[in-house]
Design a protein around this ligand. Structure first.
Ligand SMILES: [Zn+2]
Length: 362
C-alpha cells in the first residue's frame, strides 16, 4: 500500500478528464516487448503493469555504437522484466543501455533501474531529490509509514483502520515495486542539457505530481518527454502527503504547467508516460488547469461552514468513492484546500484533538 506513491487518478474514476482537441499519432501502441519508431533514433516501447493502470510507456534513444539511452523502466515485477527480455531481443540488437534516466521517483518509472543497470552496466540518472526521497521512503519501516498515513487521513476526518487500508490498497510488501535502487551517478536538474539519440534534450524540472520530476524537451525537433506531468486522458495525481502536511503541491503543479506552456510550442509532440503520444499540448494544459481552478472554486463555495477534507469529497468528485480511491482522494482534496489556505481564501484550523477543518475567509 505504501506504493501509492505514483498512483494516478484515472479517467472515469476520480477525475473524468475530457480528451477533446488532441491529435493522437496514428499508431497502434506497441505490444509488450516491442517498439515503434517515432522519428530519428527515437523509439516508443510499452511495459505492462500488473495493476489498474496497466502500462507505462518508455522511450529509447539509439546512440548507434554508443548503445542506448532509456527514459523510465517499469516496476520490479516479473511481467515487466519479461517484457524487457523480449525488448532486448527485438530492439536493442545486442547493444547495451548506457544510461537509465528516470523522469521521477514513482515505482512504475524507476522500479527496474537496479535490475536493468546490472544487466547492461547502465548507471542511474535522475533528480537528486527524487533519489534521496526514495531511499528515505525505503528505509522507513512499512508499519511506520502506514501509521503516519492513517494519522494524516484521520486528522482530515477519514476513519480507516490499518486493516482497511491494507485491504483496500491491495497491499504488497513495502518497497517491493522499487526493487533495489542503485546509487545516483548523475543528479539531473532543470536547465541541464543531455545528449541522446543524436538529439539535444533540455531538462525542464516540474513539481506537484512529485518533487524533482524531469521532462525532456528536444527543442529543435519539438518533442517533449512529459513523464506524468502532462498525460492525455488522466489528470495527474496532485496530493498532499503525510510527510509534508502543510505543503502546496497544487501551486507547484500549476506553475509547472505554465512553464511548459511557455517553453514548448503548441505543435510539440508530447510523449506521455501513460496513454498515447499526441499533439495539442497547450489545449491539454488548458483542460488540466481549468479542471483544478473549477475544483478550487467549488471548494471555496462549500466551506461556508468549517469542513473537513473528507466531508468535501462529494464536492470534489460528485459520487461515492470506494476503498483506496477514497484514501487517495483525501490527499488530493487536501492539496486543493491547502492551495486555498496558502492563498488566504480559506482559513485552516486544527483543534485540540488534531482535527483539521477549513472555512472560507471573510
Ligand atoms: Zn506514472
Amino acid at each position: 500500500m505504501t506504493e501509492h506513491r505514483g498512483a494516478l487518478t484515472r479517467e472515469g474514476e476520480l477525475y473524468p478528464s475530457p480528451r477533446q482537441g488532441l491529435d493522437y499519432l496514428e499508431l497502434e501502441p506497441p505490444a509488450p516487448g516491442h517498439a515503434v519508431p517515432l522519428g530519428a533514433n527515437l523509439y516508443w516501447a510499452r511495459i505492462p503493469l500488473p495493476m489498474e493502470l496497466n502500462h507505462i510507456n518508455v522511450w529509447l534513444l539509439d546512440d548507434g555504437d554508443g548503445g542506448w539511452l532509456l527514459a523510465d523502466t517499469g516496476m520490479a515485477e516479473d511481467v515487466c522484466r519479461d517484457a524487457w527480455i523480449t525488448l532486448e531481443q527485438e530492439l536493442l540488437e545486442g547493444r547495451p543501455l548506457r544510461r537509465v534516466l528516470v523522469t521521477h521517483d514513482h515505482p512504475d518509472h524507476m522500479g527496474l533501474a537496479g535490475w536493468l543497470g546490472r544487466r547492461h552496466g547502465a548507471p542511474l540518472w535522475m533528480s537528486a531529490i527524487g533519489h534521496s526521497s526514495t531511499l528515505g521512503f525505503l528505509a522507513t519501516p512499512g508499519e511506520e509509514l502506514h501509521a503516519r498515513q492513517l494519522r494524516f487521513v484521520a486528522s482530515h476526518g477519514m476513519e480507516l483502520s490499518a486493516e482497511g487500508l491494507r485491504r483496500s490498497s491491495g497491499a504488497s510488501q513495502h518497497g517491493r515495486w522499487y526493487g533495489d535502487v542503485p546509487p545516483l551517478e548523475r543528479a539531473v536538474a532543470g536547465g541541464d542539457r543531455l545528449e541522446g539519440g543524436g538529439r539535444t534534450w533540455d531538462v525542464i524540472e516540474t513539481s506537484g505530481h512529485c518533487r524533482g520530476h524531469l521532462c525532456l524537451h528536444d527543442t529543435a525537433n519539438r518533442v517533449l518527454i512529459s513523464g506524468d506531468q502532462v498525460l492525455p486522458t488522466i489528470s495527474p495525481n496532485v496530493s498532499v502527503l503525510a510527510s509534508r502536511p502543510d505543503a502546496n503541491p497544487l501551486a507547484e503543479f500549476l506553475e509547472s504547467l505554465d512553464r511548459l506552456e511557455r517553453l514548448c510550442p503548441p505543435e510539440t509532440l508530447v510523449l506521455p508516460s501513460h496513454g498515447r503520444p499526441f499533439r495539442g499540448l497547450h489545449r491539454r494544459i488548458e483542460v488540466l488547469r481549468a479542471h483544478h481552478l473549477q475544483q478550487l472554486d467549488a471548494l471555496r463555495e462549500a466551506c461556508r461552514e468549517p469542513m473537513s477534507a473528507h466531508s468535501l469529497l462529494p464536492v470534489m468528485y460528485g459520487r461515492p468513492l470506494r476503498g483506496f480511491h477514497r484514501f487517495l482522494a483525501v490527499g488530493e482534496t487536501v492539496a486543493h484546500l491547502n492551495h486555498l489556505w496558502h492563498d488566504g481564501a480559506v482559513e485552516r484550523r486544527v483543534d485540540a484533538a488534531g482535527q483539521v477543518t477549513f472555512q472560507t475567509s471573510v
